[in-house]
Write a protein of this length. Structure first.
Lengths: 530, 373
């Protein structure tokens, strides 16, 4: 960035709406000026207004001074997993004469089917791996399906066609027909949300379709909240890979925000410590989430994964979740001084302030042990003085061992790795950790997720099969890079800041020589508001 | 006769099929979903022992042929499979009494079961290799007197190819070329055989074996006992000519992929974390073919090599391997019929370009000596 641009960078507000807490930071350039934390409210906007008012006051900044607002939220994935606020969907699969043996939504959990229904249509059309059609799109069948949907209460449709990443135009054409019959329906195209693998990509599109209405409500609630406070800056939402999307994009693709929370924690931790490669541990009230930073970005899962019982393949950070946090209940197996401590898996969560010993409650939590050991000073220390030293150390042993085991699982070789501790529960860690070169506890660790939101970049991606034999490897890769850059530009990136950060080539096994799946990601800085 | 009744059984079988696939066979998820779909519609697969069939029964193998990366898009069509069944009966001039899998490793363990469930035809508890292999001539059927052809190939668009070939190797080449010309995913009827031949030539009980292996892994996981130790105890039964060894326990430090002459070559390197030099390697040619510890061969094809997740014992195909995974490598003896001299001539190490003679895993690693902790 040029110096002129840097000085115009302005004040950024980063917010993370979590399951329990809503955190906020105000940043001027690369510096955190102020932070605040409040409980998340059922109607998201309220909690946001509270935390934003608090952080602006703390920063001494007026709402109108903010240049950008970035929001990361786990609302959507929580809603999907809990089957809350989902809308009924219809699946339109363009694939006949292929795939009729496994229609959409096979093996979906019963409670999900209950929430969104199982309306589906199989339509003629689709592409081979090389982009040639094996059957023409059955336009009449698409129209009939749309008319049938129109007679139902479904207004959110997921369109998936065979090998769509190679031939997205087939889905686009079908979407036009559906839109002509149902102009107000929400349409999700599988090629826009998932990679190769029909079932996994179709599921990603269906998950997205079920969240459209909720995403509009959440975005609207956020916008209203900001307007009421007097914030006029453009609002962005974080997506799974740690980059930003506009609110319009987020209402069309809520699925891309699903794991923004953990991603932002990881990126925030990287930023606060200036580390590019490290394991980040976010110790919360109930769980510790472990992520792996590679060149400043979270390592992503390699294989298909399950979300809410549904197998899918949209990109998620590789996060290992361990049931150990500040509110984890401590019990003992056996009696006497040699009783072995058992940590959780249950936790008092956000009820720490009522149920933990140090706060006058009657339950022993890891926080109580941390206070007894002098690792943090909250609540009333007298209430835990009775816990003997041996017991305290035994529990600390167990805590550190659990953390060390998880670190070991995340590592890719035996070399000691730096660890960044974030989250309120970081006070549990007081000793050197095995396999770790250095432990970093940055300032503002408890709001690393909001920082991650604030520093986010914009990105563009490409995931297609290219014919290396026909194009030549260099030309094919150059084309893929170009398309990724264009995609980043369309997302709002500053043209001269765009960089290609990842290029993956996967030769297609068993296919004619030369077919290669290429995935490219490009990122860039957000174009500054004037 | 055994009836596959629950989704749990189907999931266990898919897990076991990946284990026996020795790295290949493709993601069985497609086959698993297909079989679950049949069950959800009230159609259950029936599995019979070959011995239960009359000698003059007519048995055919139904298999998918193509690229795993295309299978996950094109899935499977019931219309096509039923058409294939009908066309096969006309082609062979006989009603089909039972189906048999050509390849128990991977997705092809599931397709005959699903088609059998749909069409009401029993499936023999067995297959042609007890694992996965890339070529049609690499089956016990082919080696011991039941040729691949006459075969019938079909795609979903109504294209049908009848194949008559002078050798099974040539049949493989013709089928592969047909597959490539039709979008890299076709289904076919192969190895028409009698009940008597099925009894003599099949690797028996392999469907039951996938169920047992998959169930064993899951149960050990659920009860929080060591799933890998438990699995090894189960597999290693020298009295039944079954030998299993824990070959290595470590982390994948490199996975190289290369396509040469249309086949996927690869190598996975694994370290136990005690040094910089990779200690353990697996050479991959669609399947895991040879495992070496510090350069010394510890298991080689046709014996099976399984790579499982170190925590969950979940078996992994070659496509699923990636940098940083903690895995345990297991060597498992191939069925005795697979180790005979005639078999080794077709799918022994030298047929895959590995310049060594076959030695069984129990010879390479006698019982009292394990490869590594």
């Amino acid at each position: 960035m040029s110096q002129a641009r840097a000085s115009r960078a302005g004040l950024k507000l980063g917010i993370d709406v979590g399951g329990t807490n809503t955190d906020a930071v105000v940043m001027a350039g690369d510096t955190v000026i102020a932070s605040a934390k409040r409980l998340t409210t059922r109607e998201v906007g309220e909690g946001v207004m509270g935390v934003v008012a608090a952080v602006l006051e703390s920063a001494g900044v007026r709402p109108g001074d903010l240049s950008h607002v970035m929001v990361g939220t786990t609302q959507f994935i929580n809603a999907f997993v809990q089957r809350r606020d989902l809308q009924p969907v219809a699946a339109l699969r363009i694939s006949l004469p292929k795939t009729d043996g496994i229609p959409p939504m096979v093996a979906w959990p019963a409670d999900l089917i209950e929430a969104v229904g199982e309306r589906h249509y199989l339509i003629g059309g689709g592409s081979f791996y090389d982009g040639k059609e094996y059957a023409p799109l059955d336009i009449e069948a698409v129209r009939k399906a749309a008319q049938d949907i129109a007679r139902s209460d479904v207004r959110s449709i997921a369109i998936t066609s065979n090998f769509a990443p190679v031939r997205p135009d087939i889905e686009i054409e079908a979407a036009k027909i559906v839109a002509s019959v149902l102009p107000d329906a929400d349409i999700t195209l599988s090629s826009e949300v998932g990679g190769l693998g029909l079932i996994d990509r179709e599921n990603a599109a269906l998950i997205n379709a079920s969240l459209r209405e909720l995403s509009r409500q959440v975005v609207s609630s956020l916008k209203q909240a900001f307007a009421r406070i007097g914030v006029t800056a453009p609002i962005y939402l974080s997506q799974n890979d740690g980059t930003l999307v506009s609110t319009d994009y987020a209402t069309r693709f809520p699925i891309v925000t699903c794991s923004a929370g953990p991603t932002n924690s990881l990126r925030g931790a990287a930023f606060l410590t200036k580390m590019q490669d490290a394991i980040v541990i976010d110790i919360g009230g109930t769980t510790s989430d472990f992520g792996f930073l590679v060149r400043g970005f979270p390592r992503e899962t390699a294989t298909p994964h399950h979300i809410g019982g549904v197998r899918t393949n949209f990109r998620m950070p590789d996060v290992l979740s361990v049931a150990l946090g500040g509110g984890t209940l401590v019990r003992f197996q056996g009696d006497g001084p040699d009783a072995a401590p058992r940590l959780g898996p249950d936790s008092v969560g956000y009820q720490l302030g009522e149920r933990a010993l140090v706060f006058g409650g009657s339950e022993l939590t890891t926080t109580d042990i941390a206070v007894r050991a002098g690792q943090c000073d909250i609540g009333d220390r007298e209430r835990v003085r009775h816990i003997d030293e041996r017991t305290t150390q035994a529990v600390l042993d167990a805590i550190h061992r659990r953390i060390e085991d998880a670190i070991d699982q995340m590592k890719t070789n035996s070399k000691p790795v730096p660890v960044v501790l974030v989250g309120g529960g970081h006070v549990l860690i007081s000793r050197e950790l095995r396999g770790v070169s250095q432990v970093h506890r940055p300032q503002h660790a408890e709001v690393a997720n909001a920082v991650g939101a604030a520093i986010a970049l914009v990105s563009g991606r490409v995931d297609k099969i290219y014919d290396f034999a026909a194009l030549g490897r260099e030309a094919a890769l150059a084309q893929a890079r170009r398309e990724a850059r264009e995609s980043a530009l369309a997302a709002g990136a500053e043209p001269d800041s765009i960089e290609v950060v990842d290029v993956v080539e996967l030769p297609m096994t068993h296919m004619k020589t030369g077919a290669v799946q290429v995935k490219v990601r490009a990122v860039g800085r957000l174009v500054d508001a004037a | 006769m055994q009836i596959i009744e629950t989704d749990q059984d189907i999931q266990d079988m898919a897990r076991g099929a990946v284990f026996l696939g020795s790295g290949g066979g493709g993601d069985p998820y497609v086959g698993e979903l297909y079989l679950r779909r049949q069950r959800a519609e009230g159609r259950h697969a029936r599995v019979v022992k070959a011995a239960e069939l009359p000698d003059d029964a007519f048995v055919v193998s139904i298999a998918g042929v193509g690229a795993p990366t295309v299978l996950v898009e094109h899935l499977v069509s019931t219309t096509t499979l039923l058409r294939l069944l009908e066309a096969s009966e006309k082609f062979y001039g006989r009603k089909i009494d039972a189906l048999i899998s050509a390849e128990i490793g991977g997705a092809n363990s599931m397709f005959p079961l699903a088609l059998g469930a749909r069409a009401g035809i029993p499936v023999i508890d067995g297959d042609g290799m007890g694992r996965a292999f890339p070529h049609l001539e690499m089956t016990t059927f082919s080696v011991y007197g039941c040729p691949v052809c006459p075969s019938l190939l079909m795609d979903d668009s109504g294209n049908v190819v009848q194949v008559y070939a002078t050798s099974d190797r040539t049949a493989e080449d013709i089928v592969r070329a047909t597959c490539a010309s039709l979008g890299s995913m076709i289904y076919g009827a192969f190895y028409p055989m009698s009940g008597k031949q099925a009894k003599a030539l099949a690797v028996h009980d392999t469907i039951s074996h996938t169920l047992e292996i998959g169930r064993r892994i899951r149960k050990a996981r659920e009860s929080q006992t060591d799933p890998i130790g438990d699995l090894l105890d189960f597999l290693d039964q020298p009295a039944e000519h079954r030998h299993a060894r824990r070959l290595f326990n470590g982390r994948i430090v490199d996975v190289r992929h290369e396509t040469r002459e249309g086949w996927h070559w690869g190598e996975a390197l694994i370290n136990s974390g005690r040094g910089e030099e990779p200690e353990f390697s697996i050479e991959i040619q669609n399947e895991y073919l040879v495992a070496r510890h510090h350069g010394r061969t510890v298991t080689v094809v046709p014996d099976l090599i399984a790579v499982v997740d170190a925590e969950s014992a979940e078996p992994l195909t070659a496509e699923m391997l990636s940098y940083g995974q903690r895995v345990v490598v297991i060597g498992y003896s191939a069925a005795p019929i697979m180790r005979r001299p005639e078999s080794l001539k077709v799918f022994g190490p030298r047929m895959f370009g590995i310049n060594e003679d076959f030695l069984g895993v129990e010879q390479l690693l006698p019982a009292h000596e394990h490869s590594a902790p």
